[in-house]
Design a protein around this ligand. Structure first.
Ligand SMILES: CC(C)(COP(=O)(O)OP(=O)(O)OC[C@H]1O[C@@H](n2cnc3c(N)ncnc32)[C@H](O)[C@@H]1OP(=O)(O)O)[C@@H](O)C(=O)NCCC(=O)NCCS
Length: 175
């Protein structure tokens, strides 16, 4: 399905409040992700995305003129500066159409191109999040390990996974 990755706009707030307000999304993200998700939450999120910061790359996923998801790279600093964390969510109406796999490929390509000293992009889905794990595998990430009993989220202790894509895992064409 066709989509574009683009920078956030304040006018996206109503779409974000509509699509992010979903327990199935919140259950798979960090506990800082609100549920219920209000218009105020959406406005604050977009304000954060619009702040100038050379260590962050926030993108809206746009389908037919609407912001239906989010994908981001957040670089770590100090001794961890070779790496960036990848995070994402997509509106449930658009699941299963290949959008996030392609969005992950595109933002990784853009991240490695923008930051010469970025060597590693990683993501930490919960072990039970089969859809997200499949996205990462399809996008070329390697499962490096399962972190057993690593988090307490939504009232349960969960394992989480460490997936990573290294710069050298990308083909010379950046695919
Ligand atoms: C995870 C998420 C981003 C996937 O986005 P998407 O655009 O539907 O992903 P894609 O269509 O590119 O690929 C999904 C793959 O997972 C598979 N999948 C989905 N649910 C699955 C499940 N329960 N068990 C096994 N495979 C599953 C799909 O079949 C597909 O694989 P295939 O192409 O081999 O058939 C989306 O479901 C989402 O936003 N979930 C809630 C938030 C979230 O989990 N964010 C990630 C946190 S780490």
């Amino acid at each position: 399905m066709d989509f574009i990755l683009r920078e956030w706009r304040r006018s996206d707030a109503a779409d974000v409040a509509k699509y992010a307000d979903n327990e199935k999304i919140a259950r798979n993200l960090r506990d800082v992700f609100p549920y219920p998700y209000t218009l105020k939450d959406a406005k604050e999120f977009i304000d954060d995305c619009l702040e100038e910061d050379d260590f962050l790359m926030f993108r809206a996923i746009e389908v037919d003129g609407h912001a239906v998801g989010s994908i981001a790279l957040c670089r770590d600093d100090g001794m961890y500066r070779p790496r960036a964390e990848l995070g994402y969510w997509l509106a449930e109406d658009f699941w299963g159409k290949g959008i996030m796999t392609e969005a992950v490929r595109r933002i990784c390509k853009e991240g490695f191109a923008r930051w010469d000293d970025l060597l590693r992009i990683y993501a930490e889905p919960y072990a039970r999040n089969a859809g997200s794990r499949r996205v990462l595998e399809k996008a070329g990430f390697t499962l490096e390990g399962i972190l057993r009993r690593n988090v307490f989220i939504w009232g349960e202790v969960c394992d989480s996974c460490m997936y990573a894509l290294l710069r050298e895992d990308m083909s010379p064409a950046g695919d």
